[in-house]
Design a protein around this ligand. Structure first.
Ligand SMILES: [Zn+2]
Length: 264
């Protein structure tokens, strides 16, 4: 089963490569991919994740210009993360399958946001909102199959709502009071997604991590006199990393953090 999950991750990674390449330029996801140098249209043997790249030795079949190593690397990263989520959740029930589907949606949105924000200083609304919609649908199914845990933070909606309040509201206020100088509104919308995605307490772990990562990069830039942080720091890239870590290891890190602060 792990092998199947890995192959599925490779295929999704291959699709996400297309999303990352085309959406920031306003291109449609339909239509076949072509070599950027000679416009050679890729066919099925050129589209097998990772293997095609290895078989072609990283060069276009027709013009022999190099193909970026980023494509197979991203496919492997997505496959690895999909597998991690599968091994952590170990779905045996319908609920487990739903949680895994949620995790995969979150990972896919984060991988795209990570690369696109890093390259273009841009968080794509369409990606965030497709992710949000998918999460709401999955959580609705989760609720209707009777696994709501009552009025407690373990209920998918209560947990998600706490996540949204803790994740979205502070970022919205930061954006509002800095008049958009600290971060773009795309980051705020992404935090709406991340809050619903992670819920309590994982959102706290992600926020702490994001602020540490962001501060490590942003504070030196501030001292260098770059005032418009949102145009010089791809916050979405940090938020995406923090969200994936919060998703996969939020619980572990949370209890470790609690034990450090000796609250219990
Ligand atoms: Zn070519």
């Amino acid at each position: 089963m792990s092998g199947l999950v890995f192959v599925f991750g490779l295929l999704i990674g291959s699709f996400l490569n297309v999303v990352i390449l085309r959406l920031p330029h306003g291109q449609t996801l339909l239509g076949r991919s072509a070599c950027p140098h000679c416009r050679y249209q890729l066919r099925v043997p050129d589209l097998v994740p990772v293997l095609s790249f290895l078989f072609l030795r990283g060069k276009c079949r027709q013009c022999r210009q190099p193909i970026s190593w980023r494509y197979p690397a991203l496919e492997l990263v997505v496959a690895g993360l999909f597998l991690c989520a599968y091994l952590i959740i170990q779905p045996v029930t319908g609920l487990g399958v739903l949680l895994l589907a949620e995790a995969w949606v979150i990972i896919a949105v984060c991988v795209v946001t990570f690369v696109v924000d890093f390259e273009h200083y841009l968080i794509l609304d369409r990606v965030t909102f497709v992710g949000l919609t998918a999460l709401v649908l999955l959580k609705a199914i989760h609720y209707f199959i009777g696994q709501g845990a009552g009025w407690s933070w373990q209920d998918p909606w209560v947990s998600g709502l706490i996540g949204v309040v803790l994740g979205f509201v502070p970022f919205f206020l930061l954006w509002l009071f800095s008049r958009g100088r600290l971060m773009g509104f795309g980051d705020v919308k992404f935090m709406l997604f991340a809050g619903l995605a992670l819920g309590w307490p994982n959102i706290i772990v992600a926020l702490l991590l994001a602020f540490w990562l962001g501060a490590l990069v942003a504070v030196p830039l501030l001292f260098l006199g770059k005032k418009k942080l949102q145009s010089s720091v791809p916050f979405g890239t940090f938020l995406a990393v923090a969200t994936v870590v919060g998703l996969l290891y939020g619980n572990t890190l949370w209890y470790w953090y609690i034990s450090l602060t000796r609250v219990y």
